[in-house]
Design a binder for this molecule. Structure first.
Ligand code: HEC
Ligand code: HEC
Ligand code: HEC
Ligand code: HEC
Ligand code: HEC
Ligand code: HEC
Ligand code: HEC
Ligand code: HEC
Length: 347
């Protein structure tokens, strides 16, 4: 009974206490959000827009931490910065070794940068703030859209093809890397262009080609690769081999097309190449030595249907292409789809 009365009194007093409190509240102004954040906090055209406030204090976030918590997930305010955007950025955003590195984050999202543009500016050059300028590090005129940003060598603007494939791999055993360098950058006897094997984006449609396309469509042999009779040139994704390309010897030059004074060099109706099938990931020197694309099985490199001559003599009649040692002296003339006949002056 004693306890019963006691609890009754307690309940009564608590009720009175609460009632008093709410009366008390009616008399003072509530700490409205407006009093904490000035009007325009969320209006990007206002000087009070929180983004502009931060821009003016050079993005010093210590003030915000006090109420929105050190991890910015809301704290006592219950309003997380991440409700609306992926900022404040996680640690390591600019550190290539961190899992939070912006390049890795963008890669996972197929390089969609629309979100970044909202703060970093439509051209990603910072909307007037140096701290927001992607071009501080992406210094080429195309900025982050420079061709060596996502594939190729970030340190070398001349190398835009893998190695470094899209996923950062550099091993030539991978089909995505393969013989790119041997074709494009370490090639002593011909000039090969991306467009021979790919549909190439230009600076104005970079965004379009970033959307992943089917693996089977990445290689689209064109121009020199399919020159002349080589319309059947093909890249086989399963075996990683290229066959019937003009470049590797799918060609024929007809005696009947040659000027009469040049027909003497023909030993049959036509000169033909070797239709060499090559493996894209085999880089041991076996795929394209002299004689692999044109030449006969007995070791001569003059094509089938051509008078047989040693390599040191090609210079006599193809002097703009090779020298006495059989080295290609003009890469623009060899494997260019043209007959290059020029008698040596020394003759
Ligand atoms: C004194 C505490 C306090 C500080 C300091 C503070 N905020 Fe807030 N903030 C709040 C509270 C409380 C709310 C939620 C009330 C509201 O709806 O405005 C809020 C809400 C916000 C909102 C969302 C507004 C809305 O209407 O949804 C933004 C944006 C914001 N704060 C940004 C900031 C930024 C940026 C900083 C640092 C420059 C900062 N805040 C510092 C207390 C604070
Ligand atoms: C209610 C949504 C909302 C919340 C919550 C919010 N922001 Fe924003 N913030 C925006 C919007 C909208 C923009 C404009 C860019 C955009 O559209 O993403 C912006 C832009 C910014 C910018 C870019 C300023 C510039 O000049 O480019 C900064 C910095 C920023 N917010 C910081 C914060 C911080 C820090 C917090 C948490 C304390 C926070 N914001 C919470 C909506 C919000
Ligand atoms: C809501 C605004 C906002 C959005 C959205 C935003 N950023 Fe930022 N970012 C900033 C601000 C502000 C800074 C500079 C202040 C700082 O370092 O915190 C910054 C800095 C950076 C930095 C430099 C970091 C450093 O330490 O030098 C990188 C890199 C970056 N952002 C990448 C991105 C990428 C990539 C995206 C899109 C996925 C993105 N940001 C989206 C506001 C934003
Ligand atoms: C923002 C990242 C990014 C930039 C910048 C970029 N690329 Fe790419 N590129 C990609 C991705 C991702 C793929 C792979 C697409 C796929 O898997 O289908 C690709 C593939 C390619 C291919 C292979 C063919 C194809 O379409 O798949 C070529 C050629 C190419 N890029 C050339 C360029 C050139 C030239 C530029 C500069 C004008 C450039 N890239 C700039 C991301 C980029
Ligand atoms: C602090 C210097 C720095 C800033 C600022 C910076 N970047 Fe980068 N970014 C790099 C470096 C370095 C790489 C190349 C890393 C590598 O070799 O893998 C890179 C790579 C990238 C890539 C390619 C990622 C990949 O894996 O293929 C993209 C896209 C990119 N940055 C976009 C941006 C955008 C957008 C901004 C601004 C919002 C920005 N970067 C700001 C240094 C920076
Ligand atoms: C001789 C043919 C050839 C040439 C020339 C060539 N590529 Fe490729 N490229 C390939 C092959 C084969 C693949 C692998 C296709 C696949 O994965 O389906 C490939 C794949 C790629 C990829 C995709 C890599 C990935 O990670 O998915 C890019 C990017 C690329 N090439 C860029 C270039 C650029 C840029 C150039 C010119 C500077 C170029 N390529 C020239 C044959 C070539
Ligand atoms: C005595 C002169 C002579 C010598 C030496 C000679 N060629 Fe030729 N070559 C010709 C003539 C003539 C043609 C036919 C040109 C035409 O059809 O108009 C020809 C055509 C060719 C063709 C096909 C068309 C073209 O220009 O690509 C190839 C390939 C070729 N020669 C390779 C060689 C090689 C390799 C050597 C050295 C082993 C060599 N030739 C040495 C005279 C010579
Ligand atoms: C990857 C295949 C390939 C390899 C390897 C190759 N050639 Fe050729 N070569 C061709 C093709 C295709 C032609 C047909 C004419 C053209 O398009 O230039 C040709 C033509 C020639 C010609 C005739 C002149 C001309 O260009 O029209 C000479 C001479 C010649 N090659 C010498 C050599 C020598 C010397 C080597 C080794 C250093 C060599 N080739 C390696 C593909 C090759």
């Amino acid at each position: 009974m004693k306890y019963y009365i006691l609890s009754f009194i307690t309940i009564i007093s608590i009720t009175i206490l609460f009632d008093g409190c709410s009366k008390l509240q009616e008399n003072i102004t509530q700490p409205q959000a407006l009093s904490i954040h000035s009007k325009g906090n969320l209006d990007s055209s206002s000087v009070n827009f929180h983004g502009n406030v931060l821009k003016t204090n050079n993005f010093n976030l210590t003030g915000c931490e006090q109420c929105h918590a050190a991890n910015f997930q809301g704290g006592i305010t219950d309003v997380s910065c991440y409700n609306c955007h992926n900022y404040p950025h996680p640690q390591g955003m600019a550190d290539t070794t961190s899992p939070n590195f912006h390049g890795k984050v963008l890669l996972i999202n197929h390089f969609v940068m629309d979100e970044c543009q909202k703060c970093h500016g439509s051209d990603l050059s910072g909307n007037g703030s140096n701290k927001l300028n992607c071009r501080n590090c992406h210094t080429q005129s195309a900025g982050t859209f420079a061709c060596n940003t996502c594939h190729g060598n970030f340190e070398d603007t001349a190398r835009i093809a893998p190695p470094r494939d899209i996923n950062g791999n550099t091993s030539t055993d991978l089909i995505t890397v393969g013989a790119h360098a041997s074709h494009l950058y370490e090639n002593d006897f011909a000039i090969v262009a991306c467009l021979n094997c790919h549909k190439v984006p230009n600076a104005n449609n970079v965004k379009d080609h970033i959307t992943p396309i089917s693996q089977a469509n990445i290689v689209l042999l064109d121009s020199l690769a399919i020159h002349g009779i080589a319309s059947n040139a093909v890249f086989d994704l399963n075996t990683g081999t290229c066959s019937n390309t003009y470049c590797h010897g799918n060609f024929e030059f007809k005696k009947s097309d040659a000027p009469t004074e040049r027909q003497y060099a023909y030993t049959s109706d036509m000169m033909t190449g070797n239709f060499k099938t090559v493996k894209w990931t085999l880089l041991d020197g076996s795929q394209a030595p002299c004689g692999s694309c044109h030449g006969t099985t007995d070791g001569f490199i003059s094509p089938e249907g051509h008078i047989k001559l040693p390599i040191t003599q090609c210079v006599a009649c193809h002097s703009t292409v090779v020298n006495e040692k059989g080295e290609v002296i003009d890469k623009t003339r060899h494997i260019n789809g043209q007959i290059n006949y020029a008698l040596s002056k020394k003759r």
